[in-house]
Ligand binder design. Structure first.
Ligand SMILES: Nc1ncnc2c1ncn2[C@@H]1O[C@H](COP(=O)(O)OP(=O)(O)OP(=O)(O)O)[C@@H](O)[C@H]1O
Ligand SMILES: [Mg+2]
Length: 272
């Protein structure tokens, strides 16, 4: 009998409602429902794309997965344990096991902090002992950057290189899960597929569970076995990425497919 896959995340009927800021005192307070009845499960080692147009709730979902935001209703389980009112042990494991890569690498890199210090910083923050300089060298090699970048500053690098630095930093505490929110959408097209190739390589060599948020179906094509399509806070469609790319059921997914900017997969590129 095949071994049962272990559950990393399980969401049960998650809603997220935000109070919208009133434009004037005389207007009634309105609410924005960013997530509606979102349920799914993600298993160890899976690579899952979360795709939808702007405002569909993708970032809200990522923040909830990271414990940075709480659902209004519903349940989020991380490795079987509810995050609602989670104790320190569960939260501590979440903080160490799940790391995030953002659209804008500068968001996670202090401009005044040399790259080597920035990459080692999560180790310090989480109190992870060991030879930090050696770990930084190992991480740089993992993301394809030379060891001598440690003394340089983020502004000295291109967008693609900065994203490699941000990825190295996210991997420093040896997370088991990586949540990447639009990690390539701010980059030049020629650099986008290099970062996707890198993420794919890292996922395979480190056995990571990867959650990739994107507005473009092309971005998840190479990286994600399964795709969840979000529309106005709801799951519109979900299934193997190959099925969504070849036979999308919903009109919404068909439109996303029509708008997708697929890479030229035959092209060769030098590393950024
Ligand atoms: N802190 C907040 N306060 C109020 N409304 C919010 C907040 N965060 C998100 N929203 C609203 O919730 C909805 C979903 O936003 P979210 O950022 O999750 O979408 P997204 O899919 O990540 O979009 P994008 O592709 O533009 O990043 C939007 O209508 C947004 O305006
Ligand atoms: Mg977003």
């Amino acid at each position: 009998m095949p071994e049962a896959r272990s559950s990393v995340y399980r969401l049960e009927s998650v809603d997220k409602v935000y109070k919208a800021r009133r434009s004037s005192l005389f207007q009634p307070a309105t609410q924005i429902q960013a997530l509606r009845d979102v349920s799914f499960e993600i298993f160890e080692g899976e690579s899952v794309g979360i795709v939808g147009e702007s405002g569909s709730g993708k970032s809200t979902l990522s923040r909830i997965l990271l414990g940075m935001d709480q659902p209004t209703r519903g349940e989020v389980r991380f490795r079987g344990r509810s995050l609602r009112g989670a104790n320190r042990e569960v939260r501590g494991r979440l903080i160490r096991d799940v790391q995030m890569v953002f659209q804008d690498p500068s968001a996670s890199l202090d401009p005044k902090m040399p790259v080597g210090v920035a990459i080692a910083e999560p180790l310090r923050a989480l109190g992870i002992e060991g030879d930090r300089a050696a770990r930084v060298r190992e991480l740089l090699e993992l993301v394809g950057l030379p060891a001598d970048v440690v003394r340089r500053y983020p502004h000295e690098f291109s967008g693609g290189q900065r994203q490699r630095i941000a990825i190295a930093r996210a991997l420093a505490p040896r997370p088991r899960v990586l949540v990447a929110d639009e990690p390539v959408s701010a980059l030049d097209v020629s650099v986008q597929d290099q970062i996707i190739t890198l993420l794919n390589h890292l996922r395979q060599t480190l056995g990571l569970t990867l959650l990739m948020v994107a507005h473009d179906l092309a971005v998840v094509q190479l990286l994600c076995e399964r795709t969840i399509v979000m529309n106005q806070g709801r799951i519109e469609e979900e299934g193997p990425t190959s099925t969504i790319l070849t036979a999308p059921r919903s009109g919404y997914a068909q439109k996303l497919l029509h708008d997708a900017k697929f890479f030229d997969l035959r092209s060769d590129h030098a590393t950024s």
